[in-house]
Design a protein around this ligand. Structure first.
Ligand code: GAR
Length: 192
């Protein structure tokens, strides 16, 4: 008798707001046989997010949610996620802060990637702040999402060296490259 091989993948959603290089990277990762996730839906708060193109390209459902009314937006997202039987959420350049109430519904199941070595530089403009402070290193962090901004349990971090020649642009590019390695590794760590 033929035996079915392969593990059941966790039904996941990726939330974006912008370019979506992490989204693309996670989609490619999800297609690997040993990946623990399968991406069922892309959620964006921004209808102009470039990353939305990956929905068509990879035939993944998408939903654009207007966050003018935050509470209503989250309610709408929760409805979609339950309908799609989503068990895991990856925030990938998602620039909205999720409420306590939302996070409670997916406790320990929401990951975020942040472009700094947390707890340093929570919030925005991380690369500019690292350069301004003449830091020797920067990097990225994957952490669990809790109700405080960029403060949940750290799962993995990766460092990059800052050189004298670095600009916010070059540093962002260097860190993104590391992010694309780190995010899949952190997902494996959490889900396997
Ligand atoms: C990434 O650098 C990610 O770490 C950062 O936004 C960028 C999104 O790039 N996230 C945050 O700043 C969250 N606070 P991408 O759209 O190309 O994946």
């Amino acid at each position: 008798m033929k035996k079915l091989i392969g593990l059941k993948k966790t039904r996941s959603a990726v939330f974006i707001s912008g370019t979506g290089t992490n989204l693309k990277n996670l989609i490619n990762f999800s297609h690997k046989i040993n990946s623990p996730i399968s991406i069922k839906i892309i959620i964006s708060n921004n209808k102009k997010a470039k990353g939305l193109k990956y929905s068509n390209q990879y035939k993944i459902k998408k939903q654009i949610i207007n966050f003018k009314n935050h509470k209503f937006a989250e309610k709408k997202i929760l409805k979609i996620l339950f309908k799609e039987k989503i068990n895991f959420i990856c925030l990938a350049g998602f620039m909205k802060i999720l409420s306590k109430n939302f996070i409670k519904k997916f406790k320990g199941k929401i990951l975020n990637i942040h472009p700094s070595l947390l707890p340093k530089y929570k919030g925005l403009n991380t690369h500019a702040r690292a350069l301004q402070n003449r830091d020797k290193f920067s990097g990225c962090t994957v952490h669990l999402v809790n109700s405080k901004l960029d403060s949940g349990k750290i799962i993995m971090q990766e460092k990059v060296k800052i050189t004298k020649k670095d600009t916010t642009f070059s540093l962002k590019r260097k860190v993104l490259k590391k992010e694309h390695k780190l995010y899949p590794a952190a997902i494996k760590k959490i889900l396997r």
